[in-house]
Write a protein of this length. Sequence first.
Length: 93
Amino acid sequence: MLYHVRMYVRLPPDLDPADRADIIAREMAYSQKLQREGKWPQLWRIAGEYANFSILDVAGHDELHTLLSGLPLFPYMDIEVTPLAAHPSKIAV
Ligand SMILES: O=C(O)C[C@H]1C=CC(=O)O1
């Protein structure tokens, strides 16, 4: 199943800089592993915001929740999920 996911990062301004750098490095490694596995095929920065639009391709709601809640930044993010269904006007390419 495909999901459109919006992630808004809300790191506390007083977070220790070393802790911040560590979380961001672990987040990058985690997301790149999922990208290599094909589970995170699209990742876009929302221009002007510390936020992204992503497409995740997973078995269903339970796997999606497992992957999202495993994000090192998960405690510091607001996340909006939209399940995607096939559109009848979409042409095959
Ligand atoms: O920076 C972000 O948008 C948050 C997060 C999503 C992937 C990643 O590496 O970091």
